[in-house]
Design a binder for this molecule. Structure first.
Ligand SMILES: Cc1ncc(COP(=O)(O)O)c(C=O)c1O
Length: 463
């Protein structure tokens, strides 16, 4: 009996997504996940267990205490970062500047590792379920769970978004006669992962065009056009929540609901697995996993989340792990599906272990406040840029379709003329990831409305 049949949430009178929100199926799905048990191995292979483990001095577990500073005011939040205030960092999402509590946690773990690497590993990496409260990976998984409304058992730790996408797309069970449907635009991290996998496995990757003009597109159109292109061969739908090339935010939750309806008619082997590159919504949108109705959610921790550089997560619906096999053997034990999906090898542990601090930072400030703040600054930019005759906005003006990314062109000016001019005015912009790059502005917690005004003034000068 498949785990889908054995765990049918419909039989329990609730939807699978409701169960996901409550974490109710985690334990059952883990036990029932046949693929998971296939790759589960004994910890006997673990090289650490081959050596006698030195007793370690008990140390205070890293805390999830609140930031001691009152974060109710945006200046106080801004002051937690070392990034210079004189420069308007309008590309702050590209690679995080670490807030103080992340910096301090990294530094404290680094000191432990430098003082005694083996002891630090023994101290902070425990797989024994009785000692999970002493495992720094567990703290990061638990904080991700608190932040995104999931059981930590369904959180896998990654080195970045790209690694998470590659782990998912390389590992999904897709037959040669099935296909992957991709949503109009995806970052190369998704496209490359799918291309490499398709080359080995022989399935088709088909691109669904889901809008013609971003200025007239609507949520309904985006959802309908994606769903209309699903066929009986579609095994995977791969989309990007917020597009780094345009700033478009897809109505992922609505797409997931429609995919759920289609799945009600399908068997486990044909079920559509819905995967989302969520990196530019994670840390911006006040959402939890259940809002997105997806099977696999993949994100970096080092962009909008301001987490340690070189971190990321894969978060899955408890029922979804059975559709994928990991590529990189875990060193994190096999207690949960998320741990089994967490790539092994040794890492920059001080960064991986400090990821919890980034989630706690967001929770301390408040996810709703952060969303409001970033949307306010994005709206300010879009509204004023839309009034400028010499500017062509690519980002939709419909606020339902945006998050924190604004892309635009200036008539008669090359991209690098625009970003160069901004740089002369003390403004750091980035450019979109495509062959013909265009300027991109992304207000973050490093910014305030004076930075937005300065940026708008500089763009007006390019008339
Ligand atoms: C949409 C999107 N996905 C994935 C990535 C890759 O992110 P990472 O550096 O975390 O692998 C990027 C890079 O900026 C991106 O814009």
């Amino acid at each position: 009996m498949s785990s889908e049949e054995s765990e049918s949430p419909q039989r329990l009178g609730v939807t699978r997504r409701q169960l996901l929100a409550s974490g109710g199926l985690v334990a059952a799905a883990f036990v029932a996940g046949s693929t998971i048990s296939q790759f589960t191995q004994s910890d006997a292979n673990d090289e650490r267990r081959a050596e006698p483990v030195e007793p370690v001095e008990p140390v205070e577990p890293a805390r999830a205490a609140s930031d001691p500073v009152d974060l109710s005011d945006w200046e106080a939040v801004r002051a937690r970062f070392d990034a210079s205030y004189d420069t308007a960092h309008m590309a702050g999402m590209l690679l995080a500047s670490h807030p103080q509590r992340v910096r301090e946690a990294i530094e404290s773990y680094r000191q432990s590792l430098d003082a005694n690497p083996v002891n630090a590993l023994n101290q902070y990496r425990e797989r024994n379920e009785n000692r999970l409260n002493e495992d720094a990976e567990q703290w990061s998984m638990a904080a991700a769970g608190r932040y995104f409304g999931v059981d930590p058992a369904n959180v896998a730790l990654m080195g970045n978004t790209t690694m998470g996408l590659a782990m998912v797309y390389n590992g999904l069970h897709i037959e040669p006669d099935q296909e992957v449907l991709t949503g109009h635009w995806n970052h190369w991290a998704t496209e490359g992962s799918l291309q490499y996998r398709a080359r080995k496995s022989g399935f088709d990757v088909r691109n669904a065009v889901i809008y013609d003009d971003l200025q007239t597109a609507s949520e309904q159109e985006l959802v309908d056009r994606l769903v209309d292109q699903i066929t009986s061969a579609t095994r995977v739908v791969a989309v990007t929540w917020v597009h780094s090339v345009s700033g478009l935010k897809l109505p992922v939750g609505q797409m997931g609901r429609r995919i759920d309806e289609i799945n009600e008619e399908r068997s486990t082997d044909d079920r559509i697995v819905f995967c989302v590159d969520g990196v530019h919504g994670f840390g911006v949108e006040n959402a939890v996993m259940a809002d997105l109705n997806c099977d696999f959610f993949i994100s970096g921790g080092h962009k909008w989340l301001y987490g340690p550089r070189g971190t990321g997560v894969v978060i899955a619906d408890p029922q979804a792990w059975q559709f994928a096999t990991p590529t990189i053997p875990t060193f994190s034990g096999h207690l949960t599906p998320g741990r089994q999906f967490t790539p092994g090898g040794f890492h920059a542990f001080e960064h991986r272990w400090a990821l919890n601090e980034a989630f706690e930072f967001h929770l301390d400030i408040g996810k709703a406040r952060i969303e409001q703040r970033i949307h306010d600054m994005t709206g300010h930019l879009i509204e004023d840029l839309a009034q400028m005759d010499h500017v062509r906005l690519r980002t939709p003006t419909d606020s339902a379709l945006t998050a924190g990314i604004v892309t635009f062109e200036v008539n008669g000016r090359s991209t690098y003329e625009v970003t160069g001019h901004l740089r002369h005015r003390g403004i750091i912009a980035s450019t979109t990831p495509e062959t013909h790059r265009i300027p991109r502005l992304t207000p973050t917690l490093l910014n305030d409305h004076s930075h937005i005004e300065r940026t708008l003034t500089a763009i007006r000068e390019l008339r």
